[in-house]
Ligand binder design. Structure first.
Ligand SMILES: [Zn+2]
Length: 281
């Protein structure tokens, strides 16, 4: 892929044909910047060139990396080398929920994890919360089959703290492929694919490489929405009908945490998010 200047995005149409596009001034005024993942209507002008006429409504959008219309997040977490933050993992899962995205947890570098029992606890906690959890050793290609074997669609973003092995995972998936961008679209439509975020075609879906943090444009959430990102809490029948299960005396979720039936860090991070009402990274 060639990185093009920011105001000359590449749109890929039907059959992988690509167009270096200008953006109509009106489009810029209406939506600000064009994002990777945007579905656009464009006019062909010259061979291989076009003009973006309209950006179709986005289902969601991430700020960092700037990607729109995201189907799901792969949240990569390493227990050791470096030791990851479970709080950041939980925040990313909440961010996915706020954006209406799916999310799956990738435990990376599991061969370097000294504490296998801790790894088990983490895996069990996120499985209990309803997230698929995958154990990988990407350097030798172990455990990465799920990235290509499952039928997925849309755009998935590989996210996680720096050093967790995102690019190693990507390389394990793309052993022989050129790192290139492509995009799909109906006639007269295409998808914006350039800028420093890259989209890689994987079996039927697109993987966006994402250096650094992932943040959502939506920065404030309702308590109920935050709660919905912790589905394992719902399995406990709280006696208080409108309870947010923070630390109300007698709350069944709080009691379940005390009994060890809910991962204590999950409840701690949940309470922190409830109290902050701030930007979700
Ligand atoms: Zn409760």
């Amino acid at each position: 892929m060639t990185l093009l200047e920011a105001n000359r995005p590449t749109v890929e149409g039907v059959g992988g044909d690509s167009y270096l596009c200008y953006i109509k001034g009106r489009v810029k005024r209406d939506v600000g910047r064009v994002l990777v993942g945007d579905m656009v209507e464009f006019e062909r002008t010259d061979p291989g060139e076009g003009r973006i006429e309209r950006i179709l409504p986005r289902t969601n959008q991430l700020v960092r990396p700037p990607v729109s219309n995201v189907t799901g997040l792969f949240v990569v977490f390493s227990l050791d080398h470096p030791r990851g933050s479970l709080e950041l993992l939980d925040k990313r899962l909440v961010a996915a929920k706020l954006g209406g995205m799916q999310a799956e947890v990738i435990l990376s570098k599991v061969d370097l994890s000294a504490e296998s029992s801790e790894l088990d606890r983490i895996e069990n906690a996120y499985r209990a919360a309803g997230y698929p959890v995958w154990r990988t050793v990407a350097t030798v290609g172990r455990g990465v089959e799920f990235l290509t074997a499952q039928s997925r669609q849309g755009i998935w973003v590989l996210t996680g703290e720096s050093g967790v092995g995102k690019s190693t995972l990507l390389n394990a998936m793309l052993p022989r492929q050129e790192t290139q961008t492509q995009q799909l679209g109906r006639s007269g439509r295409g998808r914006q694919t350039t800028r420093w975020v890259r989209l890689y075609p994987i079996n039927g879906y697109w993987m966006a490489d994402s250096p650094g943090y992932t943040a959502l444009e939506a920065t404030v959430a309702e308590g109920r929405v935050i709660l919905s990102a912790f589905p394992e809490f719902q399995t406990f029948d709280c006696r208080f009908g409108d309870c947010l299960h923070g630390q109300e005396p007698g709350c069944e979720v709080t009691l379940a945490v005390a009994r060890g039936e809910i991962a204590p860090w999950r409840h701690r991070h949940y309470r922190k998010l409830l109290s902050q009402w701030v930007k979700i990274y």
